[in-house]
Write a protein that binds this ligand. Structure first.
Ligand code: CA
Length: 215
């Protein structure tokens, strides 16, 4: 998902909590950066603060929608009047949360949005097996189901969503883990995935990073 929020304390809190729940999170701290990421990367869900530098959150959402970006959108705002809510929904928001909000409520709303966003991509192919997104399990070619931890799942899901792309360690570390993670965290989780699912599930691209392999 993409989080567009300029309050750095809130960014730290939210991105940490979301990653702990197994989401891969990109952060933009102003509207222009959010627009660039939203137009160039495929997100299931975008969380947009309404008051943003460079480009207002509502304008950002309108621009994403006008360019056919269909990600589910949750607006965060300090304004809570009926009028503001209508403005947000008119701009193309799927849901709306007024600050200050409870983290549990945000989590519940995001789960609902993700369920809707993932309806079309509940299964991601990995060779002859697949990743069951709803259950967070890898399914081997013979049908055996292997449960994954939140971060194993998030890492494998990013790889399986873009099976032809080579992902650098830096980009995987940024989207799946948090910036405070050690530089070897991606290698560590690739090792976990290979231990559970077989060596071929993730391919090493020498000198560049990783890409999806096969089950
Ligand atoms: Ca703000």
């Amino acid at each position: 998902m993409l989080l567009v929020e300029d309050d750095s304390e809130l960014v730290e809190l939210l991105s940490g909590a979301l990653r702990d729940e197994g989401y891969a999170v990109d952060v933009a701290e102003d509207g222009q950066r959010g627009l660039h990421l939203g137009l160039t990367r495929p997100y299931d869900v975008v969380i947009i603060d309404r008051g943003l530098p460079a480009l207002d959150g509502l304008d950002l959402l309108v621009r994403l929608r006008s360019r056919a970006v269909r990600a589910r959108a949750l607006l965060l705002t300090a304004l809570g009047t009926v009028h503001d809510r209508v403005d947000g929904l008119d701009a193309g928001a799927d849901d709306y949360l007024v600050k200050p909000f409870d983290l549990d409520e945000l989590s519940a709303r995001l789960r609902a949005l993700c369920r809707r966003a993932l309806e079309l991509t509940d299964v991601l192919e990995i060779g002859a097996g697949h990743l069951d997104v709803g259950q967070r399990e890898a399914v081997l070619p013979q049908g055996e189901r292997v449960p994954l931890s939140a971060r194993e799942f998030a890492l494998l899901r990013v790889l399986a969503t873009h099976p032809d792309r080579v992902h650098t360690r830096a980009s995987l570390r940024r989207t799946v883990f948090d910036d405070a993670s050690g530089s070897s965290i991606v290698d560590t989780y690739v090792y976990y995935l290979r231990t559970k699912l077989g060596r071929s599930v993730v391919r090493t691209v020498q000198g560049l990073g990783y890409r999806l392999g096969a089950l």
